[in-house]
Ligand binder design. Structure first.
Ligand code: ZN
Length: 311
C-alpha cells in the first residue's frame, strides 16, 4: 500500500469474521423459542439494519473480505472466528484464500473439549492463532488447568491472542443480549506467570491493553513474548483519569515494547462498513506526529505479524 512512509505491505492483525454461524449462535441466545422462519428476520427486527447479515457460505464471505483488501491495497488480514465452536467458518474462508486470510479462533478454555478442539484447529483447520476472552468466559489466564492448552499452541508455533481489559461487544448490546462479563479476570497482570512459563509463545494483548495500559507496560517490560495491537478506536482512553491520546499510546508503547512488538490492527468486523480505513488513517497520523522512521512503521504495519506467523 502507498503510505506517507512509502510503499508498505500492510497486514491487519485484528479483524473479525462475523459468519452466518456466528449470528445463528447469537440468535440461539435470544429469549423465547428460536425463530422458526429463519434467524435473520428475528435479529433484523432488533438491530434495525445496522449491518448486513452475511452469506451462509463462509467462502463467499471470505471473498468479500478479499475484495475489501484489494480495494484498500491491504496485503493480508487476520480474521477471527468470534464465537466458540465457529472455527470451521473462517477455516473454510482461509482454505479458499490462503495467501490473504490468516485464521484465528475464539475458544472457551474451560470447555471440556478445549484442548482437543485447539489441537484439531491447528492440525486440521490450519489455524494460526487462539483467542481467549477471560472476562467473557470468566477464567484466570494463570489457571494451571490451561497448561496443556498453552502447550498445544506452542507445539504448533501458534499465537495466543488475549483480550484483556475493558470488554464491550457492540453487536451483543444492539441485539439486547446480556453480557455477563467480569472484569476481575481482565487484568493483563494475570499473564505474567504464563508468559514466563512459555517464553517462546507469543501473547498479543489488543487495543494497547484496553484500559489496562499501565498493566500492559508492566508485564510486557518483563516478558519479551508479550505484544500489543493498535486496533479499534481505542476510545477507552476517555475513561482514564488523565488525558491520553493515540500518539501518547504509541510513544510509550514504542519506548517499553519497542517497534518490533506492536502490531497494527483495525478491529474491522461487518459489512457494509467493511475495512476501517478511518482507523488506519488515524493511526498513520499518530505515527507521522511521532516522526517514526519508515522501517519501524513497516514493522508495525505488517512486518511484525509476518515474522510471528513464520514462513
Ligand atoms: Zn476485536
Amino acid at each position: 500500500m502507498r503510505t506517507p512512509f512509502g510503499e508498505i505491505p500492510v497486514i491487519d492483525a485484528h479483524t473479525h469474521f462475523f459468519s452466518h454461524r456466528f449470528f445463528t449462535t447469537l440468535a440461539a441466545e435470544l429469549p423465547g423459542s428460536p425463530p422458526e422462519r429463519g434467524i435473520y428476520p428475528a435479529l433484523r427486527q432488533r438491530e434495525r439494519l445496522f449491518w448486513e447479515f452475511p452469506d451462509p457460505d463462509p467462502v463467499r464471505l471470505g471473498k468479500r473480505w478479499v475484495a475489501e483488501m484489494d480495494r484498500h491495497g491491504i496485503h493480508r488480514m487476520v480474521l477471527i472466528s468470534s464465537i466458540p465452536t465457529d472455527e470451521e467458518s473462517v477455516a473454510a474462508a482461509a482454505r479458499a484464500f490462503p495467501d490473504r486470510i490468516i485464521p484465528y479462533f475464539m475458544l472457551n478454555p474451560s470447555a471440556d473439549d478445549a484442548t482437543d478442539r485447539a489441537k484439531r484447529a491447528f492440525d486440521e483447520l490450519g489455524m494460526k492463532g487462539l483467542c481467549l476472552f477471560p472476562a467473557m468466559h470468566c477464567f484466570h489466564l494463570w489457571d494451571t488447568r490451561f497448561t496443556p492448552l498453552y502447550e498445544t499452541v506452542a507445539a504448533h508455533h501458534g499465537i495466543v491472542f488475549v483480550h484483556c481489559g475493558y470488554l464491550k461487544i457492540g453487536i451483543r448490546d444492539r441485539l439486547g443480549l446480556p453480557s455477563r462479563f467480569e472484569m476481575r479476570f481482565a487484568n493483563p497482570v494475570d499473564l505474567h506467570g504464563v508468559a514466563k512459563a512459555f517464553p517462546n509463545l507469543p501473547f498479543v494483548i489488543p487495543h494497547f491493553g484496553c484500559g489496562y495500559f499501565r498493566e500492559l507496560l508492566l508485564v510486557a517490560d518483563q516478558c519479551a513474548n508479550i505484544y500489543t495491537d493498535t486496533s479499534s478506536s481505542n476510545d477507552w482512553v476517555r475513561l482514564m483519569p488523565y488525558p491520553l491520546d493515540l500518539s501518547t499510546l504509541f510513544a510509550k508503547a514504542l519506548e517499553v515494547l519497542g517497534p518490533e512488538r506492536i502490531l497494527f490492527g483495525t478491529d474491522s468486523s461487518f459489512f457494509p462498513r467493511g475495512w476501517r480505513k478511518d482507523i488506519f488513517d488515524t493511526q498513520i497520523a499518530a505515527l507521522q506526529a511521532l516522526h517514526l522512521p519508515p522501517s519501524q512503521v513497516a514493522q508495525i504495519l505488517g512486518g511484525n505479524i509476518a515474522r510471528l506467523l513464520g514462513p
